[in-house]
Design a protein around this ligand. Structure first.
Ligand code: HEM
Length: 295
């Protein structure tokens, strides 16, 4: 919060005040400057691009059986000691992102996707490394041969005149980042909760408690505003509310259900390190060790 105030950004918090701010007409997601990203726009252009993404995301509802089996295989393959970020959350969030796009994604791609976070930086995108990572991903995706799925659907929407050239270039990166970053952070934090205090909680309750996207930024007549989502709005609200929340909840139910079985006999957790980003709340590392004889 101090970080925002130091940058002259007003903070809105508390569930009711945040909900009102998210629905307010006078607060826009558009900082000016004509970004092709739907996260940084409002009005008809935002609604048009969002409509295309909603159709793509609907392709994963209900959650595909092969994707579920892939997640269960990742969890079944966890060894006697594993990192909740690298070995659990990353391959699972990566597999769902790959399914959203209709592409195979390798480790180098996921590294760049994680570096791209900085490009969505609330302080004006001044992080050159983050911008370079996003640019490289955009180029890579523009050249990738794609099977059935999001990338092919975005190209078809462009061919049909529903997306312009800039939107075709950037929307795949925005979609990949949206599908990956918050799920990665959520799954690792929820895994830590399960490992530390295994009383049963629904995925929606866990998402509310963890709230991986802590703030969203809006622009109003009196300057920028950071709206807190930490008081019960983990998927946001209003025009930009997460269109992937159903997919995220299904992904969490499958992954965390499988992990709970692995952790059933107890475990130790060590080397817990947190990320320090002001908006995206997540773990950098947390190593779970199962009692010998449990695996
Ligand atoms: C636990 C996981 C997730 C959380 C906590 C989360 C949270 C959010 C939040 C808070 C926003 C609103 C941003 C704003 O108001 O500026 C958002 C937007 C978005 N999310 Fe998610 N999300 C998650 C997973 C996903 C997944 C799996 C997908 C895709 C399958 C996805 C796709 C999107 C897209 C495309 C947007 C942009 C919507 C727009 O600007 O109109 N999200 N997400």
């Amino acid at each position: 919060m101090e970080e925002f105030e130091r940058h002259g950004i007003r903070v809105v918090s508390g569930r009711d005040a945040s909900a009102r701010a998210l629905r307010a007409r006078e607060l826009t997601s558009d900082p000016g400057g004509g970004s092709p990203s739907l996260l940084l726009r409002d009005g008809e252009d935002h609604a048009r691009v969002r409509g295309v993404l909603r159709e793509i995301i609907a392709g994963l509802e209900p959650f595909p059986g092969a994707l579920r089996a892939g997640i269960e295989t990742v969890v079944a393959g966890l060894g006697p000691a594993f990192d909740l970020v690298r070995d659990f959350a990353r391959p699972i969030a990566g597999s769902v992102t790959a399914a959203v796009l209709g592409l195979d994604l390798d480790d180098a791609f996921l590294d760049r996707l994680e570096a791209t976070t900085a490009n969505l930086d609330v302080f004006g995108g001044t992080d050159r490394a983050g911008q370079a990572a996003a640019f490289r991903l955009a180029v890579q995706l523009s050249r990738a041969p794609a099977g059935p799925g999001g990338l092919t659907a975005l190209r078809a929407a462009h061919a049909a005149g529903r997306l312009d050239d800039d939107e075709l270039m950037f929307t795949p990166v925005v979609l990949a980042h949206a599908a990956y970053e918050n799920s990665l952070n959520f799954l690792a934090c929820a895994g830590l909760e399960l490992a530390s205090a295994p009383e049963p909680r629904s995925v929606r309750e866990l998402a509310t408690a963890i709230c991986p996207a802590r703030y969203v930024l809006r622009f109003g007549p009196d300057g920028p505003v950071a709206i807190s989502l930490a008081d019960g709005l983990p998927f946001g609200l209003g025009r930009h509310a997460c269109p992937g929340s159903g997919v995220a909840v299904a992904e969490g139910e499958i992954a965390l259900g499988a992990l709970a079985k692995v952790l059933h006999g107890g475990c130790r957790v060590g080397e817990v390190r947190w990320k320090t980003h002001p908006v995206f709340h997540g773990l950098a590392k947390a190593v779970v060790t199962l009692p010998s004889g449990n695996r």
